[in-house]
Design a protein around this ligand. Structure first.
Ligand SMILES: NC(=O)CC[C@H](N)C(=O)O
Length: 358
């Protein structure tokens, strides 16, 4: 057990014990409030480049299983934990949390005062941090953040056969649960790289397109906004999290960074049409700016109950729906699983009446 430190760019230093990969790591320090689901969280590609602080004090108690990974290899920069349990107990567990981290090449730091760290992030806003054996770090101003999506998106097209409607899943760093949910609805799914142009998607002849979640600042993908717009004008489209932000941006709205993001399994969201509140799973640092939405183009369908931020949109003329939260959950409640089910039944019924390709 080796002593280590998490140094924040704002100067605070947190002491702990190093676990996982034996290396230093720099990342944006964020926190997740979920009480369970650490395996899904560390394998969610949307965390690429980030150091996740777990608010829940005990992590690792039910081990790692063969089912819950949300991607093949974790993309996060590190983890910060209060109390790590190295003697897991669960019938499906085959690995300890620290071994999973080591295998994935990700460093972590445990025995950290995570309550103080989260309070610090809440007052400072999201800050960069450095995990190291030394209590010092130098933070140089990066010219440009890496294009994280490019690092997590598939490089090749993958087909999943089925006898239901055909969905093209644009992979900006999709969570496996999105694919699983579509397959469970009998959809045939074609997973394509994030930078697949409209013409290629047209050649795949989908019934609908799903623009996935993914890491980083949505504005870093500005180059692809015209393609995203064209795709969504020609096929019924569902955007989840980053997908929601990209669609809004493609139609001229703006996004901004939240002070410290929404990451957890109990974010209340109001469905404006019914007034009903759904408890949702979330993991995002950016939001669509409220007054940047053209109300002649989009209806705001959902709002966050806590900070009133935009959580969902529908287009007034095209079959486009977007959600900032995660209807596939994993981890988190499945209150909004109907969003995926309704999308699939909509594209199944569009069938022959599908609008003409422009
Ligand atoms: N889960 C996601 O798709 C996250 C979207 C985006 N990277 C954000 O942080 O806001």
């Amino acid at each position: 057990m080796e002593q280590g430190y998490l140094t924040l760019e704002t100067g605070e230093v947190f002491e702990g014990v190093l676990i996982g990969a034996n290396k230093e790591s720099l990342g944006e320090v964020v926190f997740n409030t979920s009480m369970t689901g650490y395996q899904e969280i560390i394998t969610d590609p949307s965390y690429a480049g980030q150091i996740i602080t777990f608010c829940y004090p005990i992590i690792g108690n039910y081990g790692i299983n063969a089912l819950d990974d949300e991607s093949i290899s974790p993309a996060l920069a590190g983890v910060v934990i209060g109390d790590l349990c190295e003697t897991p107990s669960h019938y499906q567990s085959f690995q300890k949390f620290s071994d999973k981290l080591k295998q994935a090449g990700v460093p972590g730091i445990v025995n950290v005062d995570t309550r103080l760290l989260v309070k610090t992030i809440r007052s400072r806003g999201t800050v960069k941090g450095f995990i190291s054996k030394k209590a010092e770090a130098s933070f140089t101003k990066e010219e440009k953040a890496p294009l994280w999506v490019d690092q997590v998106s598939t490089k090749k097209v993958q087909f999943f056969k089925n006898n239901g409607p055909h969905v093209v899943l644009m992979d900006f760093g999709y969570k496996k649960s999105i694919l699983t949910a579509l397959l469970a609805e009998n959809c045939a799914v074609t997973v394509v790289p994030y930078n697949t142009p409209f013409e290629k998607i047209k050649s795949l002849d989908p019934d609908g397109v799903l623009i996935s979640n993914g890491p980083g600042d949505p504005m870093s993908l500005q180059k692809w906004f015209p393609e995203i717009k064209k795709i969504s004008q020609n096929y019924p489209t569902l955007g989840i999290c980053l997908g929601h932000q990209l669609i809004a941006l493609a139609y001229g709205a703006k996004t901004e960074k939240l002070a410290y993001g929404h990451r957890g399994g109990n974010h209340p969201v109001k469905e404006l049409m019914t007034g009903k509140v759904k408890i949702t799973a979330q993991n995002h640092g950016y939001v669509v700016v409220d007054n940047s939405i053209d109300e002649k183009v989009f209806n705001v369908t959902y709002r966050n109950v806590n900070d009133k931020s935009i959580e969902g949109l529908t287009h007034k003329n095209y079959q486009i729906q977007t959600v900032q939260f995660h209807p596939e959950a994993h981890p988190g409640p499945s209150d909004t699983a109907y969003i995926l089910t309704e999308f699939v039944s909509k594209i199944a019924s569009v069938g022959e009446t599908r609008y003409a390709i422009k």
